[in-house]
Design a protein. Structure first.
Length: 423
């Protein structure tokens, strides 16, 4: 059995390193609601409810309660996003009409492994994607041909957790993050950039960085647990090829985020879980700084903070709060059902729609459902489905671009499966 465990751990680590990052669109802003099939069935409400090795992506302390386990999963993700604009063709931005982004299917893999070292000590490793701002408009909204951006993020997480009472534990994770980014069709914004040669059309750029996540899980009283976790802002290396687009000469850091969760078990068969999450988009200039354009395209020095400059223009996203609630019911010894709902406030400001045609992360409500079936004594298969309810946001382009009315909109679907093996 020891050799089997060593083989499984080595396989999980190798797969986590080798599996490529996948281009995604948006869920809670551009963070995922949950990072495993089981938690996704409950809309991500899992900070105080560890059930698989992927819990470390939400709360590192959770691996102290799942034992030795391997999880392999993948999700199919279908985001549908687009924009509509009024105005006069050739005289206003964006291009008038209604347009949808192509490339509406993505695969999102995840791999998790946890290992009990002793009675109170546990380690884990996980690989997962976060999100991204992926769009591709064949009818270029800015009159520059095919237009879009593609941001992908992959995380490799190493975790240690210690259980110091039967129902209490703390955990710490070291996280390596890797990003890829490309942008096309932004040529008509070069006059508003501090480095116009590094604004658009420069192929794929990469960036990486290291961060941490800390967490704890505690028993309040029998039947009620609380979980808490926090990851500070992760400083990433610069996208040098796009130093004229992202603020601070191409730096696209990963926002700080924290979560507090409750798990209440009214009966032996039922669990109600609630998570409150805060994502600090506004603290990252490339994401949170607003774009303020006060003159005509091509005129110099008419942007309050040119693209690419120190604390320069960004996408104008605000910090958001995410509320997740999930219900779990163990129908039989081998079958457990789940449902969930999540709501977040709007990250995009109404006066920031022009650039956010490229990143229309406007969805605020998600409904989910899932099931786990034990297929063997130590194995289970889980399936989850998610629907991001249609959401639209209305505003106007800056006066320098004609002040045309703009609507950006999105809805999405996700279907996910996971195989788990408990040693």
């Amino acid at each position: 059995m020891v050799s089997t465990k060593k083989w499984a751990l080595a396989s999980a680590v190798a797969a986590a390193i080798a599996l490529p990052a996948t281009a995604l669109a948006t869920t809670a802003g551009y963070f995922q609601l949950g990072y495993s099939t089981i938690s996704d069935g409950m809309a991500g409400a899992s900070a105080a409810l560890p059930q698989d090795s992927m819990i470390q992506a939400t709360n590192p302390a959770g691996i102290a309660f799942v034992g030795s386990r391997l999880d392999l999963g993948v999700a199919g993700f279908w985001p549908f996003r687009g924009y509509a604009a009024g105005g006069m063709y050739g005289h206003t931005y964006p291009k008038p009409g209604s347009y949808g982004s192509s490339t509406n299917f993505f695969l999102i893999p995840h791999i998790g492994y946890s290992q009990k070292l002793s009675r109170n000590n546990y380690v884990g490793v996980a690989m997962y994607g976060n999100g991204g701002m992926s769009t591709n408009y064949h009818a270029g909204p800015f009159y520059s041909g095919q237009t879009g951006v593609n941001l992908t993020q992959m995380f490799l997480q190493l975790t240690y957790a210690r259980r110091f009472l039967r129902h209490d534990a703390v955990g710490l994770s070291l996280i390596y993050a890797y990003q890829r980014f490309s942008a096309d069709g932004l040529n008509n914004f070069e006059g508003f950039s501090a480095s116009s040669n590094n604004m658009t059309g420069n192929g794929v750029a990469t960036s990486d960085g290291v961060g941490v996540k800390v967490g704890g899980q505690f028993r309040v009283f029998p039947g009620l647990n609380v979980g808490i976790a926090f990851s500070p802002r992760m400083t990433m290396s610069k996208f040098s090829k796009y130093s004229g687009l992202f603020a601070n000469q191409g730096r696209m850091d990963i926002p700080a985020n924290g979560v507090v969760g409750l798990a209440f078990q009214p009966t032996n068969r039922q669990v109600i879980a609630f998570d409150f999450q805060r994502i600090f988009y506004g603290d990252v200039p490339a994401i949170g700084d607003p774009t303020t354009i006060t003159g005509a395209p091509g005129a110099p020095n008419l942007v309050s903070g040119p693209f690419g400059s120190t604390n320069g223009s960004g996408f104008g996203w605000q910090d958001i709060d995410v509320y997740k609630i999930g219900y779990q019911y163990r129908a039989t010894r081998n079958t457990t059902w789940r449902v969930g709902f999540a709501y977040n406030n709007q990250p995009i400001q109404q006066n920031q729609l022009l650039l956010n045609i490229l990143a229309p992360g406007v969805i605020q409500r998600h409904v989910t459902a899932g099931v786990t079936v034990r297929t063997a004594r130590h194995q289970d298969v889980s399936v989850a489905a998610m629907y991001g309810l249609p959401q639209a946001l209305y505003g106007n382009a800056p006066g320098a671009f004609g002040g045309a009315p703009i609507k950006i909109e999105m809805h999405e679907y996700q279907l996910e499966a996971n195989w788990g093996w408990k040693f």
